[in-house]
Write a protein that binds this ligand. Structure first.
Ligand code: PSU
Ligand code: MN
Length: 305
């Protein structure tokens, strides 16, 4: 039994030092509604291929973690009811021959294992509101402290505790750089009100940080926080209004613990008349494009060294 498989397309790109970008499957299986999710998965891959970058969508299928899916694999992550798989679920799915859609943590872990250095997603998991009581913090954060991959995201959703998430990333020694911004973005919005220590202006600069990190013996990931373009962001007043209604509705419905986030997200898509979903797709596409530029700059830097 092989522990995991790397598609031949991804393996040959990696062997030749050509650019590769990992994509997660939880955003497809659990983050976007059917059938839009299938179109989105294909579109993210096409955006990469158009830029000469090989996509490596990650999922566990029938017990085998796969880095790089074929068309049937992409169909399965969009259409089947897959378990949401973080890093701790991987050995269990593998031993049982079961399938799972990988979160940011599990995707980063598997992609890095295969030698992929750049990963595009929508939003990261983070520290939940009320975490001082519940301890609810995504495994995305501690995993990125020990996984050498550069993740391009639009920050974390404002349903989470953004300030606490940034504090935890500081404690975990995960570098966070704003991409052409000095503020951490808030997923649907360009700005969260939280300043970042560092900002980069180009994909080449990110590649140089990756290279320096390697030389300095780091094993941590790098978070590139990429805000959605202003003209595509959700109207901030509408955002604040819908979020307030969503928190009220969750309270009223007596939703607690793990059920809170899915409840809020479902409510927000409904209450925004689908606007939040459009913004979600736009920011993900935008992250895929920036990740393509970073992977290309990384490949050029490596080949010129
Ligand atoms: N944020 C989003 N959409 C998502 C997720 C996060 O805006 O689909 C997914 C990602 O896969 C992320 C995971 O890794 O949720 C985090 O879940 P948890 O908090 O259970 O670790
Ligand atoms: Mn959790």
């Amino acid at each position: 039994m092989s522990a995991f498989t790397v598609s031949s397309e991804v393996a040959s790109a990696l062997a030749a030092g050509r650019p590769v970008v990992a994509l997660e499957s939880t955003i497809i299986s659990h983050g976007l509604p059917r059938p839009r999710n299938h179109a989105a998965a294909l579109e993210f891959e096409a955006l990469l291929r158009d830029r000469g970058v090989t996509p490596a969508t990650v999922a566990v299928l029938d017990g085998v973690p796969q880095i790089g899916l074929d068309a049937e694999g992409v169909r399965r992550i969009a259409e089947e009811d897959l378990a949401k798989a973080s890093v701790r679920d991987l050995p269990i799915l593998a031993a049982r021959g079961a399938s799972g859609a990988t979160t940011v943590a599990a995707t980063a872990h598997l992609a890095a294992l295969a030698g992929v250095r750049v990963f595009a997603t929508g939003g990261l998991g983070g520290v939940h509101r009320g975490a001082s009581q519940t301890f609810d913090e995504s495994a995305d954060l501690p995993t990125l402290a020990v996984t050498p991959i550069t993740v391009v995201s639009a920050g974390v959703k404002s349903v989470l505790d953004i300030a606490a998430t940034l504090e935890r990333l500081e404690t975990l020694s995960v570098p966070v750089v704003g991409y052409r911004t000095t503020q951490f973005p808030a997923f649907w919005l360009r700005e969260s009100g939280h300043q970042l220590d560092w900002s980069v202006e180009s994909a080449e600069e990110v590649a140089r940080i990756m290279s320096a990190r390697d030389v300095l013996g780091g094993r941590e990931g790098i978070i590139v926080a990429n805000p959605i373009p202003l003209e595509q962001q959700w109207d901030p007043l509408e955002h604040d209004r819908v979020l307030a209604t969503a928190f009220e509705a969750a309270e009223k419905a007596g939703v607690h613990g793990k059920a809170v986030t899915p409840f809020l997200l479902g409510f927000i898509v409904e209450a925004s008349g689908g606007r939040s979903l459009e913004v979600n797709l736009d920011l993900a596409r935008n992250n895929v494009r920036v990740a393509a530029d970073i992977a290309t700059a990384w490949s050029e830097l490596r080949l010129s060294a």
